[in-house]
Design a protein around this ligand. Structure first.
Ligand SMILES: *Cc1c(COP(=O)(O)O)cnc(C)c1O
Length: 391
């Protein structure tokens, strides 16, 4: 049987895969089983921040791999402690809980909010407010947090205690009205809604909401799973908006390709957890943390400026196409409203050697942050030509 046939036969059919088998790669070029090369404009959904088989990342990971690959959280390891220090020093947050995925990072944020609020405001203060059209993960609790009904249908009953407000129209009044009805522990939101179609939320609204929450001791929790770790041209996307969150969750690009989630706890909640309150067997794995250190230490001001520069060039090229109606997003997280259906554009791009993603009805681009300019513009030309086919 071919790999495709084996996979179709034995792997749970939760994914609609493209007919491409990836066997290797270097940087932003992936190689298929048939020897074909592809420019990677998806980076494994924003995960391989420095591309595939990046030298520095690979060296950091293999060095740790040859020392000790896992210890459990009963013992200290250097990569875990050093990564936590880096994350705190770069954000002003105070402590970090490590896990293995975005959903788990959000679960930890929600647990922190529930415990903080119940201790300060009483056990009935459990509601976490999220945004309509948001995406926060696939566990039953993070599905409940996700503000899209289509994700809720199959798995009732979900974890109670979530309300969704519209961040685009009258959201602050909605939040006010909600707070009058029910005690609210926290708000949890993406600054740019990724799975929701690469939709940036209005900065004015976010700041107004943050001020409202600060006054009422409602925790401000930012889901930086997709937007974090340099993706938007800032280290974390909230930094573009002048926000000071109490909790930040992140994952995807943090490990550079290995599973790693992190929940950053600010001053208010730094000591919310006591030993035994929360945990993870794999969380803070030293190999994953060593990879993350090599990612994070390269995300300095000059590098982030280069990300913004790449973004400007890419946006300019795409926005000039008659096949593309709009370009939304921030940094190297872009959504294209195309004249042709997004799925047709992605399929056409694969045929021409470029791998792109979709998000709702958009074509979504999340290239590696260090994609060379020539590859980036070559991919942009291909995308534009596919978008204009038949027009
Ligand atoms: C991908 C994503 C998640 C879920 O991350 P997993 O690692 O798949 O659990 C949560 N929030 C946002 C914003 C995401 O983009």
């Amino acid at each position: 049987m071919s790999i495709k046939q084996l996979d179709d036969a034995y792997v749970a059919s939760t994914y609609r895969r493209f007919p491409v088998e990836i066997v290797s790669g270097k940087g932003s070029v992936l190689t298929g089983a048939d020897g074909r090369e592809y420019i990677d404009m998806g980076s494994g959904i924003g995960v391989t921040a420095f591309g595939v088989a990046d030298d520095a990342w690979q060296a950091a990971v293999t060095a740790q791999l040859s020392r000790v690959q896992h210890t459990s959280n009963l013992y200290y390891t250097e990569p875990c402690a050093r990564l936590a220090q880096m994350l705190c020093e770069r954000t002003g947050m105070k402590k970090v809980f490590f896990s293995n995925s975005g959903a788990e990072a959000n679960e930890c944020a929600i647990k922190a909010a529930r415990k903080y609020a119940s201790e300060r405001k009483g056990t009935d203060c459990a509601t976490v407010v999220t945004f309509k059209n948001s995406f926060h993960g696939r566990t039953l609790t993070t599905l409940a947090a996700t503000g899209q009904d289509s994700f809720h249908r199959l798995y009732q009953p979900l974890t109670p205690g979530f309300c969704h407000i519209d961040p685009h129209a009258g959201g602050i009044y909605e939040l006010e009205a909600l707070c009058a009805r029910t005690p609210v522990a926290a708000v949890l939101f993406e600054c740019v809604q990724g799975e929701g179609g690469v939709v940036p939320v209005d900065g004015g609204f976010l700041r107004e909401m943050a001020a409202f929450c600060k006054e009422r001791d409602i925790l401000i929790m930012v889901d930086e799973v997709q937007t974090g770790n340099g993706r938007t041209g800032a280290l974390y996307s909230y930094m573009n908006f002048g926000l000071t969150p109490d909790v930040v969750s992140t994952a995807k690009g943090l490990g550079g390709g290995l599973p790693l989630g992190a929940t950053l706890l600010g001053e208010k909640v730094e000591d919310v957890f006591a030993p035994g309150d929360h945990g993870s067997t794999f969380g803070g794995n030293p190999v994953c943390c060593a990879g993350a250190i090599s990612v994070l230490e390269r995300l300095d001001d000059a590098f982030l400026a280069a990300v913004r520069q790449k973004s400007r060039r890419l946006c300019e090229r795409l926005a000039a196409s008659k096949g593309i109606e709009s370009v939304t997003g921030l940094g190297l997280m872009l959504g294209l409203k195309t004249v042709r259906p997004a799925a047709d554009v992605v399929a056409g791009c694969i045929e021409k050697g470029v791998l792109c993603l979709t998000a709702k009805d958009k074509v979504r681009l999340l290239p590696a942050l260090n994609i060379p300019d020539d590859l980036l513009m070559q991919a942009a030309d291909t995308i534009v030509s596919v978008c204009e086919e038949g027009l």
